[in-house]
Design a protein. Structure first.
Length: 371
């Protein structure tokens, strides 16, 4: 606050504090979830109101705003004067504005991709939040716990929680990841900020770092999280949110992958092949022709899970319903339907956080799976 006061003095601007949304004494629905968004919304309302007071008439008269905007204030409500010292500067609290229907609608329909966002892809709940500071990670943890506890109550057989994480630069992995331990993950995946192992997107190309250095950082993140878990075990925490939703830390998996898509492949396998239900032929490309169904209940791949990831939501939906299967063999339908039932024994929840680039890459992979 002192820094803001100093900057206001420097610019000759008027500084106000905003009340939070509770001061509006009405029920307001926000399009973005999380407590911190209520603070952001309160500030956004006042900023928009201030701007409109200053420039609405100019735009109605088709006049552009002046280049010098240093006289921005809260209009007739502003009564504060600049004092010589930032330490002694009185910062008044502005009163709540009278909300229009458009403003209420704007709050409700506001979308911020990658911030407290939930997507359901291939029957898996993905929670995405590009938190990369201590404060934002803590907010992310609180939001994730609240949302997943509500969702967990809808599944009688419980859930399986997975963390997908990366952070880069000189950020302190230990400090950033420490709050995440309390989420009770059953697995943690680490990868560089690459949507695919061979990236063709300039948006995700960082020419200042090599892939080798990115992978080394991922390994450091993985080792740090593993150490945090060991410390938690030594403390002897027994809370379910700390020991994993499966209740068995011995089964915890900590894995490194070379791309985001490989992580999501592993996640989808965990969802659909825990019970070794359907072979690759049912999943790859389009649906099977004739009676090409093979229920492989014994063989497993290197990850311990049979088959490949369901990569197409349309295929998934048709598999679940049994539609489009060109065969008269009733056993095929029986196996397909049983596969759908078995796969839902544990619902899978995934938190993707730690880097905005990681979340952006994950959104790309998930969107492409929905096409």
């Amino acid at each position: 606050m002192r820094l803001l006061a100093e900057r206001a003095l420097e610019k000759g601007a008027v500084l106000h504090q905003c009340q939070d949304l509770s001061a509006y004494h009405r029920s307001l629905k926000l399009g973005i979830k999380g407590y911190v968004q209520t603070l952001n919304a309160a500030l956004a309302l006042q900023l928009c109101h201030t701007w409109m007071l200053k420039y609405k008439e100019r735009f109605i008269n088709n006049k552009a705003p002046p280049k010098d905007q240093s006289d921005m204030s809260l209009g007739p409500e502003s009564t504060a004067s600049v004092t010589p010292s930032a330490d002694q500067m009185y910062i008044p609290t502005v009163s709540p504005i009278t909300l229009t229907q458009n403003e209420v609608k704007g709050l409700e329909e506001c979308v911020w991709l990658g911030r407290n966002q939930v997507m359901n892809v291939s029957g898996v709940s993905f929670y995405l939040d590009g938190a990369h500071t201590v404060e934002s990670i803590q907010q992310c943890v609180e939001w994730f716990k609240t949302e997943t506890e509500t969702e967990k109550s809808n599944y009688r057989d419980g859930v399986y929680r997975i963390l997908l994480y990366n952070c880069t630069g000189d950020r302190d992995s230990f400090t950033l990841m420490k709050p995440l331990v309390s989420c009770g993950f059953d697995a943690a995946l680490f990868c560089p900020n690459l949507a695919y192992e061979i990236s063709v997107s300039a948006d995700q190309t960082n020419y200042t770092v090599t892939k080798e250095s990115q992978c080394k950082r991922c390994i450091t993140n993985k080792e740090t999280f593993d150490e945090l878990l060991r410390q938690q075990q030594n403390i002897g925490g027994s809370n379910s949110m700390e020991t994993g939703t499966t209740g068995n830390k011995a089964e915890f998996q900590s894995l490194f992958f070379s791309s985001i898509s490989e992580c999501i492949n592993w996640i989808c396998k965990r969802k659909w092949y825990e019970n070794r239900v359907v072979s690759e032929k049912l999943i790859k490309g389009d649906l099977l022709n004739n009676s090409e169904v093979c229920i492989n209940r014994d063989s497993t791949d290197a990850s311990g899970i049979n088959g490949t990831c369901i990569s197409d939501t349309k295929v998934t939906n048709r598999v679940e319903s049994g539609q489009g299967l060109q065969t008269g063999d009733e056993d095929v339908y029986k196996y397909v339907n049983q596969a759908s039932e078995d796969a839902d024994i544990q619902h899978v929840e995934v938190l993707i956080t730690g880097s905005l680039h990681l979340v952006g890459g994950a959104l790309r992979v998930l969107w492409e799976r929905q096409l």
